[in-house]
Design a protein around this ligand. Structure first.
Ligand SMILES: C[S@@+](CC[C@H](N)C(=O)[O-])C[C@H]1O[C@@H](n2cnc3c(N)ncnc32)[C@H](O)[C@@H]1O
Length: 214
């Protein structure tokens, strides 16, 4: 018998700037700005820059609502279908501080890390590889601080670093599914022990059923 031993050196880390189109309405709705963004499970941090991309929200009647960063159109345009009952947005949120944590933060200025991120995109999704490269160029000019470690361990000290005068926002997108149910519960408890934090969860409906209902 032949037994193959395969050592896994990498775990899934898809990083999709397009998810900012879904996060944006929640961020824009936060009354007290500027915002200090903390992303848990940030991968390379592409979702930490919702203020640096342009958006085209397509309405069912064929019209659209286009939104650009304050300094003009971005090299990345994110298309998103919008429900007519959602409020149309008139500007991107004001973000003055951003940081993230990941078990394995990726660096968009490192060619091996970029190759890994490109590998994680389905072969036929050329538009996503183009978006990844364009978004990486934007964020490379102002790299956010990304900590290495477990989100439960690192979040408390990251929150201590939030500058005064900013609204702390903790968010995650396609991350909590990787946590055990015990760790998910511990995360909810940790977030709820910080009433000053605005929490945005962008996960599958079954990941945090109690949050999906809110
Ligand atoms: C599918 S990726 C999503 C990346 C990004 N949030 C996005 O939406 O594009 C999930 C990320 O969560 C990270 N992750 C998973 N469990 C984690 C944990 N316990 N602590 C910190 N990061 C974690 C992984 O390393 C990976 O980079």
């Amino acid at each position: 018998d032949v037994v193959a031993h395969v050592a896994l050196t990498h775990a899934t880390q898809t990083n999709e700037a397009g998810r900012c189109a879904v996060l944006l309405p929640a961020l824009a709705g936060i009354r007290h700005q500027p915002l200090a963004l903390i992303e848990v499970g940030a991968a390379a941090g592409l979702c930490l820059y919702p203020d640096r991309y342009s958006y085209r929200y397509l309405l069912p009647d064929g019209t659209d609502c286009v939104l650009h960063p304050d300094d003009g159109p971005s090299g990345v345009i994110l298309d998103c279908l919008m429900d007519p009952k959602d409020d149309l947005l008139d500007r991107v949120p004001l973000v003055t501080w951003r940081a993230g944590v990941d078990l394995n933060p990726l660096d968009v200025t490192d060619s091996d890390d970029m190759l890994w991120l490109e590998t994680l995109i389905w072969p036929e999704h050329d538009h996503r590889r183009a978006r990844l490269r364009a978004a990486s160029q934007i964020i490379a000019q102002d790299l956010a601080h990304l900590r290495t470690g477990d989100l439960l361990e690192q979040l408390p000290s990251l929150l201590n670093e939030v500058p005064s005068g900013t609204t702390p926002v903790v968010f995650h997108s396609a991350v909590l599914t990787y946590l055990s149910s015990r760790d998910r519960a511990a995360f909810i408890e940790l977030i709820r022990s910080h009433p000053e934090v605005t929490w945005i969860s962008n996960e599958g409906e079954s990941v945090l059923p109690e949050v999906s209902a809110q």
